[in-house]
Design a protein around this ligand. Structure first.
Ligand SMILES: [Zn+2]
Length: 284
C-alpha cells in the first residue's frame, strides 16, 4: 500500500469512527434528528459544500473528512448505478403507476397526498432497502440502487409500499381506525404491525394481478422475496389472502374485511403464554 493510500485510509476510517460513534445505530424513520439530517442532505443534492446549521457538528466533521475520498473513489460508480436504476425502473413505473396508484387509493379509501412524492435513489438505503418520511412540502422515499432484487415490478412494489406510509398509519386514517375498531370489538390489543404488513401485501397483490395479466408469468413480489409472507408475518398474510383479497378485488367492505382479518389473526395465535407463565412460576 502506498503512503498516499495509507493516508487516505486513515482519514476514511477517522470519518467512519465519528459516524459509528454518533449516527450508525440511529433510525432514519423514528429518530427526528436523523430525519432532519436526511432531508437536509437530500435537498443539498449537487451542492459543492455543506453549511447547514441543522446538521450536527460531528456529522459535518465526518463529511469533511470523507467527502473528497468518496467523490473520487466511490461517487462515479454510485452515480452511474443510481442513473442505471432510474432508467431501468422508469418504463415499468410509467406502465404501472396509474393503475396501481388509483387502485390503491380506492382500496385504502384515502386519496394520495396533494404533494409531490420524491424518490431519492442511493446505493444503500438502510438495512431494509428503502424508507420514507414526510418532509416539508413533499413526501420523501429513499430507495437502494445497489439491491439486485429492487428492480422491475418489484421496485414499483416497494415504492408503493413506501408511498402507502403517507396515507396509512397505526390507529389513524381509514385502515388504522378500522383495525382499532375490530380490536376494540374483540376487546383485545391490536395485532402488532398488522397495518404495516397490510401495506406490503396490498400494493404487491395489485401489481401481481397486473403483471400476471400482461406477462403471463408468475410474479414473485417484494413480500415473498423478503420473506415477509413466510417468515415475518405468515399468519397476517394468510388472513389477508383469505379475507382482505376479496375486498381488494371489489367485494365487501373495508371494515368487514379488516374485522375478519383481525378475528382470524386472534384465532390462529399460537398459545405460548402458558409455557412462559409456567416457567416464570418456577421463580415464584
Ligand atoms: Zn414500511
Amino acid at each position: 500500500m502506498s503512503e498516499a493510500v495509507r493516508c487516505e485510509a486513515a482519514v476514511w476510517y477517522g470519518a467512519l469512527r465519528i459516524y459509528a460513534a454518533h449516527f450508525a445505530s440511529r433510525d432514519f424513520v423514528f429518530d427526528d434528528g436523523m430525519i432532519v439530517i436526511e432531508t437536509v442532505l437530500s435537498e443539498a443534492d449537487g451542492m459543492p459544500a455543506l453549511h447547514d446549521s441543522r446538521l450536527p457538528q460531528p456529522l459535518l466533521q465526518a463529511f469533511e473528512l470523507a467527502a473528497p475520498i468518496y467523490r473520487s473513489r466511490f461517487w462515479p460508480r454510485d452515480e452511474a448505478q443510481n442513473r442505471a436504476w432510474i432508467e431501468a425502473v422508469h418504463p415499468t413505473l410509467a406502465r404501472l403507476n396509474a393503475p396501481v396508484g388509483s387502485r390503491l387509493a380506492h382500496v385504502y379509501q384515502t386519496p394520495w397526498l396533494r404533494l409531490p412524492y420524491r424518490v431519492d435513489v442511493v446505493n444503500s438505503a438502510s438495512w431494509e432497502g428503502s424508507f420514507a418520511n414526510a418532509a416539508d412540502g413533499y413526501f420523501q422515499i429513499v430507495t437502494s440502487s445497489g439491491d439486485k432484487e429492487n428492480s422491475g415490478p418489484v421496485a414499483v412494489d416497494l415504492l408503493y409500499h413506501e408511498a402507502s406510509h403517507s396515507v396509512v398509519e397505526p390507529s389513524r386514517g381509514t385502515i388504522g381506525r378500522a383495525i382499532s375498531r375490530a380490536a376494540q370489538a374483540a376487546d383485545k390489543p391490536e395485532p402488532s404491525e398488522l397495518w404495516h404488513a397490510l401495506i406490503f401485501y396490498t400494493p404487491s397483490t395489485i401489481i401481481r394481478t397486473l403483471v400476471e395479466q400482461s406477462e403471463s408469468r408468475p410474479y414473485r413480489g417484494y413480500p415473498e422475496i423478503a420473506g415477509l409472507s413466510t417468515r415475518v408475518w405468515p399468519r397476517y398474510f394468510a388472513a389477508f389472502a383469505r379475507y382482505w383479497q376479496p375486498y381488494v378485488e371489489g367485494r365487501g367492505t373495508l371494515q368487514g374485511a379488516l374485522t375478519s382479518v383481525v378475528n382470524s389473526v386472534y384465532q390462529t395465535v399460537v398459545p405460548r403464554t402458558g409455557g412462559l407463565r409456567s416457567s416464570l412460576a418456577q421463580f415464584g
